[in-house]
Design a protein around this ligand. Sequence first.
Ligand code: F6P
Length: 547
Amino acid sequence: MSNPFKPNDSAIWQELARQRDLLQQTSLSELFAQDTDRYARMHASAAGLTLDYSKNLINSTTLDLLTGAARSSGLQDKIAALFSGAHVNTTEDRPALHTALRDFTGRSPHLAEIEAVMAQMKSLVEQVHSGEWKGCTGKAITDIVNLGIGGSHLGPMFATEALAAFNDGSVNCHFVSNIDSEDLSSVLSALLPDTTLFIIASKSFTTQETLQNAKTAREWTASIAKTEADFGRHFIAVTSRPDKAVKFGVSRQNILPMWDWVGGRYSLWSAIGLPIAFSIGMDNFNRLRRGASRMDQHFLTTPFLQNLPVLLGLLGIWYINFWDTRTLAVLTYIHHLRYLQEFLQQLDMESNGKSIRIDNRPVDYQTASVLWGTVETNGQHSFHQMLHQGTQFIPTDFILALTPDSANDSHHPYLVANCLAQSNVLMTGKTREQAQADLIVAGQKLARAAELAEHMQMPGNRPSNMIVMEQVTPESLGALIALYEHKVYVQSVIWNINAFDQYGVELGKVIGNRIYSRLTEDDYADRFDASTEALISLYRKVNGNRS
Ligand code: F6P
């Protein structure tokens, strides 16, 4: 699919740059003072989420121009193309059909395959929860260990933790991703092989970290698993390469499929989401899918000015391309959403961290910014200083739930108050005059108050979005994830880049394998740059010098 939209060459882009110049002469506080209906006009709701975008450096002209840019990029057709199974992943010449995995209309592409895998997941979850699935020593499974990385880890880990309140205690789920053996051993040290079931989650079944962890897990299980049948009671695989999983030793009936029409970082809706289903049950997993489906319908059918993913995507473009921002802070005021930033980092930066357009030409504008952040008030006692008074201009997304997971939680109003205070202070700041007056009231002499006021003034005028849900439920979480998935797609369309490949991660894997051989084999011929060679020599010296 070729996209003729070239942002920098478009008249609308020039107009947006002029808008930025105009808005630089005003402030968020002034914009609110001029328009008492600003919140009413600048919030939108869908699928149980409300997006308050009124604290952004925009006015109605900005929004008209940004949605105009979206129209010029052909966004509406591109959204339809995504859902219909067109080959939106142009370099790999395939669709990106994560939306089909949560389509309940009965008309989705690949319906039969999706229904079959959901039935397989349901059966597995029921067997394990009921205790019918026994380990090879006859004991019921108490612990699931997911071995996967990237998209085969982050989405399942994030959603499982986010929905911990929905775990009925049938099994505990653990996640191991890193090649550092400490990751696996620290999880296994608290478990028994008899009652542990591993999921080897790898779309490609070639990923070094996952395969190495799976090998070590198999060795750990060998104390009880003496035959292939024994081993089969403790290992399941999710992969698009069942041949490789069988070769590894997983029995064919324990392999759940993945497909090349689902990208790794968009795959938690597939059998890659099995740990989520083990943790919260299949009914709740389906509620998660339904929440995402509601956001999908909203994205497909809602005019851009009320369309949450479109608005979020356009606001990101506004700051990245016109206000030169280089990072986006995501601040979650919900404890169980503590892996959201890690999940979004892959989703956003692996999707849109690109510099070549779909028409094979380099971009001449910025694309994805660095996404970072943390959970709850921890950040306030750490990096928020820089958000408020640093020289960098950093837009922020706040995520908030209006009710806590557990009833009668007396901490929750404090949490909400902190979240709202941060977005308010980022916007309003404090003038030097206010700071000086406060100091004088507190007893400071005028001269000292004038000096200190320089340090205590806060520029304010820092934009933020507030994404609010009533409570974290499978539905609201599904909608939140789909919101960010589609936001990323909106931006990729306007930037005219392919959000669904990740060639940038491949070279490091190849070189990593060659350096591994150089570290461990005496006669390996490859040589690297002088710095890398010196570091290899250091390693070999410390580990018994075989160089
Ligand atoms: O890091 C690159 C990557 O290919 C991701 O895109 C993917 O989610 C991850 O590796 C894991 O891949 P696999 O599921 O094939 O093991």
